[in-house]
Design a protein. Structure first.
Length: 319
């Protein structure tokens, strides 16, 4: 969907990264682009018609998908030359596509799956389908096996490239994986020509290595920005509760944190840390749907933590 181009050849669009939880997985709301590839909900901003970016974003997300976003926050402005179509920049009249990205979190992904607008191919898709190298819950992901070899070949003889690969992909046994550096990893894979979008934009054959589901335009880059922002915020803001139902077990909360970060957390340390924050309170009720011993149900505390500060949840990685 295109917005009117300005006299200077700039066209403004708005992209929405809407993340929720469904069936124990972090999911993102997607639509389908004209070429059939997955896309984020995207629409135009018309300066002559739209009062604000946010109101325009909310209107077209609902129109395209049937989903009404709640809280949204601005992510980043994506304005690289040729970001929408490299070929559009090759003529005498260059067109600059600028997209303002937004992040939205929802606790309604499971409940709204049945009411999405399927005529527009709106659906919830697992976020890690697009970034399989980011899922370390079962150990080092298989997707990294081939990618690491290809990255070594790409970095061969170049110390700076090797340092970037080691810092971002932590190939050594002593290296530590940083879950929040999603965008940097995707951009390195793009630079190395190991994702479909890089081959598409350069008119080259697609890489043989599996590197996740591609997306239209630079939407996978925008999604990487949103996922990285979310993972970072978990550590200093209680945003995980924006993905949770009104009541939950501490196991539910841990699984949600693991699905979002892509790492396995230490169970007892996570529980002790959550209770210390003062962000949850027991309801006095129990869940019988765990298949075993009934688990106590909690809800987000209505009061501020004891120290008066807004904190994120502890993320003690199991090593």
């Amino acid at each position: 969907m295109n917005s009117p181009a300005s006299p200077t050849g700039i066209r403004i669009g708005l992209s929405a990264v809407v993340i929720g939880l469904r069936l124990g997985e972090a999911v993102v709301l997607t639509t389908r682009a004209e070429d059939g590839s997955a896309a984020l909900p995207f629409g135009p901003f018309d300066p002559a018609r739209d009062r604000t970016f946010e109101l325009a974003l909310r209107a077209f997300v609902t129109d395209q998908t049937g989903f009404r976003p709640g809280y949204v926050e601005q992510l980043y402005t994506f304005g690289d030359l040729g970001r929408d179509s490299p070929r559009a920049t090759q003529g005498p009249e260059r067109l600059r596509e600028v997209s303002v990205g937004y992040l939205a979190l929802t606790a309604d992904a499971a409940d709204t799956a049945a009411i999405l607008r399927h005529d527009g191919d709106a659906r919830w898709r697992p976020v890690l389908d697009f970034f399989p190298w980011e899922d370390h819950r079962q150990g080092r992901p298989p997707a990294l096996t081939g990618l690491e070899g290809a990255l070594r070949d790409w970095a061969d003889g170049d110390a700076r490239r090797r340092a970037r690969v080691e810092a971002l992909f932590a190939p050594g046994a002593e290296a530590r994986w940083s879950d929040s550096r999603v965008l940097e990893r995707y951009e390195l894979l793009y630079e190395a020509g190991l994702v479909v979008e890089a081959a598409r934009d350069a008119d080259r054959p697609a890489p043989a290595l599996p590197s996740g589901a591609p997306m239209a335009s630079d939407h996978r880059r925008i999604l990487a920005t949103g996922l990285g922002r979310l993972r970072s915020k978990l550590r200093y803001r209680p945003v995980l509760f924006d993905l949770m139902p009104g009541t939950f077990t501490l196991s539910d909360l841990q699984r949600a944190a693991e699905a979002t970060t892509g790492v396995t957390l230490h169970k007892q340390n996570f529980r002790r840390g959550v209770e210390r924050t003062g962000l949850v309170r027991a309801t006095g009720r129990f869940s019988t749907g765990t298949g075993g011993r009934p688990a106590e149900l909690f809800t987000r505390s209505a009061s501020d933590p004891l120290d008066g500060q807004t904190l994120g949840l502890p993320l003690p990685v199991l090593r």
